[in-house]
Write a protein that binds this ligand. Sequence first.
Ligand code: SF4
Length: 345
Amino acid sequence: MMNKVNIKTISLDLLDRELKDMGLEGFRTSQVKRWLYKFDVKSFDQMTNIGKKYREQLAEKYTIGQLEIVDHQKSQDGTIKFLIQLEDEHKIEAVCIPAEDRRTLCISTQVGCGMACRFCLTGTMGIIRNLSQYEILEQVACVKRFLKEDKISNIVFMGMGEPLANTKNLYPSIAILIDSECFDLSHNHVTVSTCGIAPEIEKFSNHTTAKLAISLNATTDEVRDEIMPINKKYNLKQLIQACHNMNLPKRDRITFEYVMLHGLNDSMEDAKRLVKLLEGLRVKINLLPFNESPQMVYKRPPQEHVKKFQEYLLNKGLFAIERKSRGSDILGACGQLVTTKTDNQ
Ligand code: SF4
């Protein structure tokens, strides 16, 4: 007997071709995509506007996978952290962050992460494996099922893992997120965050219209080498050059994330160097005062310090905002996602 394939593991392009080969064309292909991603059906029988003959053919060849949420924790501020079981022994986390005008879901692209940023708990896990397109997208589908409403407005790839180390599955996933027959999200509301893989940054806009955020966090190679080992491979000069080389659409800006670590990267000298470093780029800067945790040695800067740093950037004409930490009481804030050994048993 033929081994059936989970239809959600197939990229949109391939799905179009496979459905065409089965005799399903044009609007019927669109209907299948809608049933799978918009209406989130569990069986081909539920695809009521597809002829019985085709539904049977689909069921002979494919299955429709669904992953499950095995645990969740709700923060005092409404942020919810989800633990999702994969089909092997591993689990991953996704974090839903509600705000007045949006509901953002922060999703993972790898189990663990090999980038070992020193301020990040996920980095302490090491890399276990890449997530597939199906596993990336099921985080969105699972959370929508849990919330029982269709209201995820923004996606940020800032969960576990380095997205640009898994581009093979990242870009086809984004294509499905922004396809109007599928998750139907605006490309302006999908953001990919990288620690700075320069060659992939250069090519980013050739693959997707999603937005790019770079986790910068230092203004000298000395400090960046210390807190982000990727800097030893692609230093600040190479990273910034890659941003200049990007084919950035005219109205777009690159977001630079700057985790502020007291005594390490939060001096006024750093603010000055930051302005210089970003000269000539269209940028937005997110200042993120560090979320302290018992496992980490770094400290959060005093609030006046953060304000002064921000004011300097604003006075120099840079668009800089302080991002309020969300969900830190449930370890759901930026850099706090980690599945423990017990989670992964
Ligand atoms: S900050 Fe991002 S890239 Fe760095 S270790 Fe954490 S998950 Fe990986």
